[in-house]
Write a protein that binds this ligand. Structure first.
Ligand code: ARG
Length: 411
């Protein structure tokens, strides 16, 4: 049997690599997909081969991740339950796609991954693999063989798998870090400083604010502080700048796909800064009707991605809607980074629907105030009518012309 294993180099997937050779007599090809995690990929390859992998692939998917996944997430202001920028969730369908490509190339019988039976990632991997390669068999040994951490540790020691005593379960990519486990499982306790790697604690950040400008084209960031950058570089740079100001720490009580409520801690400095800026620019350039409707679309988009439904046609349909709306989202946003907060302090756009001549209270205003009288009459017609019916109050009688007549009689 030939298997392709999604390999991170961590404990779970290392144990699986050995177990699959031992239990299933499998020839295992390992694949590590680089989505911007700060890992030593050469070491991972070395480890895989040492543990018996017949072949190893390292695939750099950062560009594709930024262009095909993160750009869409930005346009959709993607935040699951209003808080989590979906770093882990967004990477899973892409990793699955890469694994499937290798499985086809290698003519494998099985795809294996290290997900547990309690998390969201199994749903995301399985559904993506099933959509892209329905005939392949999927094995998730941690879930199917009921592996526990303690058992894995024992097994690792016996089988020459190098292990570090690790307290937290961490997943990392360009868009953020997800940290679970250890003391974090007690939701009443503040996350200890040691879990954070990308952000400074706001009490350790500079006393001076720092300003950044982000330029957007059709909803996608294209320049930072006036310098054009591809999205990978822009996100990496902004992670450093905003992280230094303590931005993007998230402590979230989250509803998993499988029904479990869990406590998740995230770091996502660039994601939080970009989404704030992007939302602001949308408010500046889109009509109120488009904004209202897009909020519903955005939250459904995030829901689909969180729940592993990347390849569901509705996601693509929502993206088509979003792309159309985003044609107008061009301009530059100025953000102040200070003590854990990213605060939008300025914006400009050639598509701005904001018009000073309309908004001003000064006398050069072009807004005809008298128009408001009739507008309010019709705008509130039903609500005012319903109120007077419910309260049996004597209105002056009717609306519009009828009311004017009544007022004339009364005077
Ligand atoms: N709760 C997040 C999600 O489902 C993050 C999971 C991250 N995994 C981890 N091993 N820390 O997207």
């Amino acid at each position: 049997m030939k298997a392709v294993l999604s390999y991170s180099g961590g404990l779970d997937t290392s144990v699986i690599l050995k177990l699959m050779q031992e239990k299933l007599n499998a020839e295992v090809v390992t694949v590590t997909v680089d989505v911007g995690q700060k890992d030593d990929f050469e070491k991972i390859e070395e480890k895989a081969l040492k543990l018996g992998a017949v072949k190893h692939y390292t695939i750099d998917a950062k560009e594709e991740f930024a262009k095909e996944y993160l750009a869409k997430a930005i346009k959709a202001n993607a935040l699951y339950e209003g808080a989590y920028p979906l770093a882990t969730a967004l990477a899973r369908p892409l990793i699955a796609k890469k694994i499937v490509e290798i499985a086809k190339k290698e003519n494998a019988d099985v795809i294996a991954h290290g997900c547990t039976g309690k998390g969201n990632d199994q749903v995301r991997f399985d559904l993506a693999i099933k959509a892209l390669y329905p005939e392949i068999r999927i094995i998730a040994p941690v879930r199917e063989w009921g592996l526990t951490r303690d058992w894995e540790m024992e097994y690792a020691k016996k089988n020459g798998i190098p292990v570090k005593e690790k307290i937290y379960s961490i997943d990392e990519n360009l868009w953020g870090r997800s940290i679970e486990g250890g003391i974090l499982e007690d939701p009443s306790k503040e996350p200890p400083e040691e879990v954070f790697k990308w952000t400074l604690s706001p009490d350790k950040t500079s006393e001076k604010p720092e300003y950044v400008t982000i330029e957007f084209e059709e909803g996608i960031p294209v320049a930072l502080n006036g310098k054009e950058m591809d999205l990978v570089e822009l996100i990496e740079t902004l992670n450093l700048i905003a992280g230094k100001h303590g931005i993007g720490r998230i402590d979230h009580i989250e509803d998993r796909v499988v029904g479990i409520k869990s406590r998740e801690v995230y770091e996502a400095p660039a994601a939080i800064t970009i989404i704030k800026a992007h939302k602001d620019l949308e408010k500046f350039t889109l009509t109120k009707w488009a904004l209202e409707f897009k909020e519903i679309v955005d939250s459904k988009w995030s829901w689909l991605v969180y729940n592993g439904l990347w390849f569901e046609p509705l996601r693509e349909a929502l993206d088509a809607f979003i792309d159309k709306v985003e044609e107008k989202v061009n301009g530059t946003v100025k953000v102040k980074l200070y003590k854990g907060n990213a605060i939008v302090v300025g914006r400009s756009s050639e598509n701005a629907l904001y018009d000073t001549k309309l908004a001003t209270y000064e006398k050069f205003s072009t807004f005809d105030q008298k128009l408001a009288i009739g507008f309010i009459e019709l705008f509130g017609l039903q609500s005012v009518l319903a109120y007077s019916v419910a309260n049996k109050s004597k209105s002056l009688g009717g609306f519009g012309i009828e009311k004017a007549k009544a007022e004339k009689v009364a005077s």
